[in-house]
Design a protein around this ligand. Structure first.
Ligand SMILES: NC(=O)c1ccc[n+]([C@@H]2O[C@H](COP(=O)([O-])OP(=O)(O)OC[C@H]3O[C@@H](n4cnc5c(N)ncnc54)[C@H](O)[C@@H]3O)[C@@H](O)[C@H]2O)c1
Length: 254
């Protein structure tokens, strides 16, 4: 589709991959709505790109729906959804002292990354279904963000890997369900990307991870991710795909 003047919601658009994607969509003339728990940064980015923003916790259904509706009121019904809101808290099932981790600790990533993504898709798909079809009978496009941890989760990534595995697995059933409405669903599974999420790692951990890179031997940039997300929106034949975006990285067990 031509994204020019289309309404695009980007969750997690206040930072990192989502922010770069919101900027790239705005550059191509889309009307961008940012949903993010970090209200201040979301509003700053929205102002810079002539978009709109709403504070939103994707793991809280009422906050999520209220923010979605507030943004929708300003930019119109959603044609494009890019889900980038996510956390990588890290959790082991059993602590080093042998005690079971608190359940909330090992399920938080699932509530934010998986249930949050499902809810974003649920709200946006209903919107898209009611829109006028465009060329090829297309009504909308959803791009979700998983991670290579969905395939090779490391020790201590049980929660994150489970959440991203769910995001990968929902791609095909959702693409099949929404096909009759002309809505495409694709998923990007990034490797190591240069965002504030990665900045949380220690220097030795970062060095070790970079040594496992194949080519190129560097972190991916948010702009490279954004270019792929925009291409998926623009390329109508892209549907039902899970795209590893990782410079051929295969994560080691730890
Ligand atoms: N950076 C990487 O190496 C990498 C690799 C693989 C996958 N990913 C995934 O890419 C996505 C974007 O990550 P990033 O690297 O840009 O991180 P980031 O921390 O820069 O951005 C994540 C954004 O999500 C927002 N967010 C967090 N919890 C939220 C919630 N409950 N409700 C609404 N917004 C919330 C944050 O405020 C932030 O703006 C995430 O889903 C992450 O898991 C990142």
């Amino acid at each position: 589709m031509n994204v020019h003047r289309q309404a695009a919601i980007v969750t997690g658009g206040a930072s990192g991959l989502g922010q770069a994607t919101a900027r790239a969509l705005a550059t191509r003339g889309a009307r961008v709505g940012i949903l993010d728990i970090d209200e201040e940064s979301a509003r700053r980015v929205a102002t810079e790109i002539d978009g709109v923003a709403a504070a939103c916790d994707v793991a809280d259904p009422s906050s999520h729906e209220a923010a979605f509706m507030a943004v929708r009121e300003k930019i119109g019904p959603t044609r494009i959804l890019i889900t980038c809101a996510g956390i990588a808290p890290g959790a082991r099932l059993v602590g080093r002292d042998g005690t079971a981790s608190p359940l909330e600790r090992v399920t938080r990533a699932i509530r934010v990354n998986l249930v949050g993504t499902i809810n974003s898709c649920r709200l946006a798909a209903a919107d898209m279904s009611a829109l006028e079809p465009m060329e090829d009978n297309e009504r909308g496009c959803i791009v979700t963000t998983a991670s290579v941890a969905a395939f090779e989760g490391q020790i201590g990534q049980l929660d994150y890997a489970a959440s991203k595995g769910g995001v990968v697995a929902m791609t095909i059933p959702l693409a099949r369900e929404l096909a009759s409405a002309g809505i495409r669903v694709n998923c990007i599974a990034p490797g190591l990307m240069d965002t504030p999420m990665m900045a949380g790692l220690s220097e030795p951990a970062k060095r070790f991870l970079l040594e496992t890179m194949v080519f190129p031997t560097r972190l991916g940039s948010p702009d490279e991710f954004a270019a792929l997300a925009v291409h998926i929106a623009e390329n109508t034949f892209m549907n039902g795909a899970v795209i590893r975006f990782d410079g051929a990285l295969r994560m080691a067990p730890e």
